[in-house]
Design a protein around this ligand. Structure first.
Ligand code: MN
Length: 490
């Protein structure tokens, strides 16, 4: 079933039944036409024209308990006194968007009289409606503009994708095969806080259990998984045994994740007890199918990868677990090179990825098979979710993924090269001031707007490094945010 978003239109009994009939008919027409635009990732369902406290309250209660309803969009065609919205908004637990629009685009010169004004007074009604949202501090998206305009529909679509991410987040389970890499700080975090705020259940499963399941995987299962690699990727190695070992790891990891209803996982090269290889193509191929992954025990980046993949469904571009590795500091043309020791998702690949086997110096295991490719160019973002102690902070940075400026023939892993906004050095300074991790989710599908909407829904801090960011202003924003979030958490 397509994700549904309820369209609830505010009014009152003051204008008589004829006006209410027109409002209801137009609202239904608007929902139908917005759905027909093909821009929205979900379906708008016109639910009701509400006139009383009781109606609104019932509507919000129904929205809360309908699992197919991912969010509520409200609008006031006429005036709708906001005291009657208080009880309903107080109960609402779904993402909320206020669409400040108007049925007619133009003011009709001849036709306009006081009847027209009473019927078409969104400018009036949406202000009263907006006040109560502000007064109650509702997390919300406010969109203003004509409802048939592409920009308005795209903004609505971005919010819908954030709401899809919220729904996914509340149900997310993350399997940890092993713990955090020893001594590393930024990949740590409060898992209970993450479950309260984001909904994630983050649980440990012993590596010994994974090995047990790997040992129970049949040769037929390994062969089928191996064949699926050949269907998707280009074989560029003679070491078939290594590739098949990865296939065995993947089948086992999928069995455990699917059994637990989990859509994300982590592992660490420090805890591969009983395993011959660090999963490479195994993790990469799972990411290609929407699973989130984090290296070195980084469950936060794993969760975010899975959520952003869900938000990106149906969009062009890739969404991948990434790590800032090294810079090219040619003055005026500074770029960042990202990769990982193995695990970059092939959704970013410019061409068909190659299956290769190389030595891996870290982890003291056998040579693992992995996918090697170049990242596809295009505008995108990198995001990092960090635990500030008492609150989560999301850092978003605009980037431009470029075709790598070098061939790097001896680099045995997938590689992505990009220019961060506003420029590499300013961007790095801002990123470091904010505490952003070396692990990120890089996406050329999900936009900064979607991520900001997601943070608003989740009620977590969000900072965004753009082409206009300066270090001085950004530091002030971080300082003010610190104070604001301390007050907010009182
Ligand atoms: Mn790493």
């Amino acid at each position: 079933m397509k994700k549904q978003f309820w369209f609830i239109v505010g009014s009152q009994f003051l204008y008589g039944p004829d006006v209410l009939d027109i409002v209801a008919a137009r609202a239904a027409e608007m929902a139908e036409k917005m759905n027909a635009s093909g821009i929205l990732p979900g379906e708008i369902v016109y639910k009701a024209t509400v006139k009383t406290d009781a109606e609104i309250t019932q509507c919000m209660k129904d929205a809360n308990y309908d699992d197919n309803c991912l969010g509520v969009i409200s609008w006031c065609h006429t005036f709708s006194p906001s005291k009657m919205w208080i009880h309903g908004f107080d109960l609402l637990r779904k993402p909320y968007c206020h669409l400040a629009t108007q049925y007619n685009r133009k003011i009709p010169n001849e036709e306009i009289d006081m009847d027209f004004m009473n019927l078409n007074q969104a400018a009036h009604g949406d202000r009263e409606h907006g006040f109560i949202g502000a007064r109650m501090h509702l997390p919300r998206k406010v969109i203003a503009g004509y409802w048939q305009d592409k920009e308005v529909l795209e903004e609505l679509g971005a919010w819908m994708r954030a709401a899809i991410g919220y729904d996914f987040s509340r149900k997310l389970r993350i399997v940890r095969f092993g713990d955090n890499m020893r001594d590393v700080a930024v990949t740590e975090g409060d898992k209970v806080e993450a479950q309260i705020k984001l909904g994630w259940q983050v649980d440990y499963w012993p590596v010994g259990h994974l090995v047990e399941v790997m040992n129970s995987v049949t040769d037929e299962e390994v062969e089928a998984q191996y064949q699926s690699y050949l269907d998707r990727y280009e074989l560029d190695t003679d070491n078939i045994a290594s590739v098949k070992y990865q296939a065995r790891e993947e089948v086992a990891m999928r069995k455990i994740l699917d059994r637990e209803g989990a859509k994300a996982f982590i592992n660490t090269f420090q805890d591969l007890y009983g395993m011959e290889q660090l999963p490479g193509i195994a993790s990469q191929n799972m990411m290609a199918d929407g699973y989130g992954y984090g290296g070195e025990g980084d469950w936060k980046v794993s969760g975010m990868t899975a959520i952003m993949k869900a938000m990106a469904e149906g969009l062009e571009g890739g969404t991948v677990f990434m790590e800032d590795y090294t810079y090219d500091l040619e003055p005026g043309n500074e770029v960042s090179l990202g990769a990982h020791m193995l695990e970059v998702c092939p959704s970013m690949a410019a061409d068909k990825p190659k299956i290769q086997v190389h030595h891996l110096g870290i982890g003291d295991r056998k040579d693992p098979a992995r996918l090697v490719f170049e990242g596809k160019a295009g505008p995108g973002i990198v995001v990092s979710l960090i635990d500030m102690g008492g609150r989560m902070r999301m850092i978003i940075q605009d980037i431009e993924v470029i075709k790598p400026i070098l061939e790097m023939p001896n680099l045995p892993v997938a590689r992505v090269m990009w220019k961060p906004a506003p420029d590499l050095l300013t961007g790095v300074r801002c990123w470091i001031h904010a505490g952003g991790a070396h692990h990120t989710v890089l996406s050329t599908a999900v936009t900064a707007e979607m991520m900001k909407d997601w943070c608003e829904i989740m009620q977590i801090e969000c900072v965004h490094i753009t082409k206009d960011t300066t270090v001085e202003e950004f530091k002030k924003e971080l300082f003010y945010n610190d104070i604001a979030w301390k007050l907010k958490n009182l």
